[in-house]
Design a protein around this ligand. Structure first.
Ligand code: RFL
Ligand code: PHB
Length: 385
């Protein structure tokens, strides 16, 4: 079996890359280890930068996003029971959009299949060879080989691609807390996202639609979902979001729940020979900055352009620059995500000095237009060019 680009992983990075390449007349095969339903239902990101919505729209994948995406112009930081609005659009001229990763994945799978794309579910990649472009995978109980000019490693943090980069250097930070995320069938209690800092821990109020809320609670790294009854989750959220002015958090039936560890991670370089890493396969950020999916989209946008240049003009300048181009964006997002995480969480190891410094930082961001602008431009995402 032969193709131009073998894509390992059918998450947002792999599916979008396949779609962008197809638009340029470049053939690809996507190999995804899970089944379609699993990939389409996995609850994750929700906040899209303007770059991300621009890429989806510009490539013809934005029809439902345009109808159902919720455009936001600001976020609220809440501490000591008081809200401080960061007016993202006023400060940056850019907007952000709430549209779930599950919906992006559904849209891209449907588009790829409608365009005759080769997306294989339950096809697990076992090994890949960056020097020959050969990918070995298992499907329907048999082992197959796919030969390609290039391999895109879009197989997420737990995939196999990263290990095929010899001399890969990794940089990481594990945080001493995790997030318990819930999806609830209840109208959001807020129009804009609320990022709350409380001495008991961080909480985030996000949303999915006018009738579905998405909320997160900082919990211990060893938190067990069995210890978190619905009542306990709603009580804890109400405490952390509490204000003296009568604002109320509306509880409702919880339809999905999970605990996610918080980690920063970067692998360098993002290329070896014919293999290019993209998305979570190459880097992870704690979700406080809402950057993970957006970085996956910027990586594959940069990769699709580079491959297009290679196939149309024969030059490989953009491919050769791929790793460095992505990594400078990645490290900006790494810093921002780390900065937002330490600004807003309650670190169980913090001493009185740390807490005073954190307080000063929160007050600075809430009161200084310069500090708020810095947060806003990173949150809304720096332009791709
Ligand atoms: P994915 O989505 O992990 O997809 C990788 C795919 O590869 C498959 N795979 C394999 N396939 C074949 N053979 C193998 N050997 C394979 N090994 C793995 C996997 O089954 C999977 O389908 O990586 P990708 O495409 O790079 O996308 C990255 C994003 O999923 C991730 O960065 C975001 O979800 C992060 N994130 C957020 N990002 C944002 O930009 N905004 C947000 O608001 C946001 N919120 C979040 C988040 C992540 C969260 N969790 C659960 C980690 C909130 C949470 C709670
Ligand atoms: C989400 O809606 O899932 C979401 C939004 C903002 C974040 C993280 C997650 O920072």
């Amino acid at each position: 079996m032969r193709t131009q680009v073998a894509i390992v992983g059918g998450g947002p990075a792999g599916l979008l890359l396949s779609h962008l390449l197809h638009r340029q007349g470049i053939a690809s095969v996507v190999l995804e280890s899970r089944d379609r339903g699993y990939v389409e239902r996995r609850q994750r990101a929700g906040m899209l930068e303007q770059n991300t919505t621009d890429v989806l729209r510009g490539s013809g994948a934005g029809a439902r996003l345009d109808r159902e995406g919720l455009v936001h112009h600001g976020i609220e930081l809440r501490f000591d029971g008081t809200g401080h609005r960061i007016p993202i659009t006023d400060l940056t001229g850019r907007t952000v959009t709430i549209y779930a990763q599950t919906e992006i994945v559904k849209d891209l799978v449907a588009l790829r299949l409608a365009d005759g794309g080769d997306v294989r579910f339950e096809a697990e990649v076992l090994a890949l060879d960056p020097s020959t472009g050969t990918v070995t995978f298992r499907q329907d109980g048999a082992t197959h080989e796919l030969h390609a000019d290039y391999i895109a490693g879009c197989d997420g943090f737990h995939g196999v691609s990263r290990a095929a980069v010899p001399d890969v250097r990794t940089f990481s930070r594990d945080y001493p807390f995790a997030w318990l995320g819930i999806l609830a069938d209840v109208a959001p209690s807020t129009d804009e996202l609320i990022y709350a800092h409380h001495e008991r821990g961080f909480a985030l109020h996000s949303l999915r639609s006018p009738s579905v809320s998405r909320l997160y609670l900082q919990v211990a790294t060893d938190a067990d979902l069995a210890d978190w009854s619905d009542q306990r989750i709603w009580d804890e959220l109400a405490t952390r979001f509490g204000t003296p002015d009568g604002w109320q958090l509306k509880p409702g039936p919880i339809t999905d729940r999970s605990v996610t560890p918080m980690r920063s991670f970067v692998a360098e370089p993002m290329r070896h020979d014919r293999l290019f890493l993209a998305g979570d396969a190459a880097h992870i950020v704690p979700p406080t900055g809402a950057k993970g999916l957006n970085l996956a989209v910027s990586d594959v946008t940069i990769l699709a352009r580079a491959l297009t240049e290679r196939y149309t003009s024969g030059t490989s300048a953009l491919l050769d620059a791929y790793s460095a181009t992505c990594l400078s964006r990645v490290w900006r997002a790494e810093h921002f995500s780390y900065w937002m995480t330490t600004l807003l969480h309650a670190d169980p190891g913090a001493d009185a000095f740390d807490r005073r410094v954190q307080r000063a930082h929160l007050e600075y961001v809430a009161s200084s237009p310069a500090a708020a602008t810095s947060l806003a431009e990173n949150y809304a995402g720096l332009p791709l060019e």
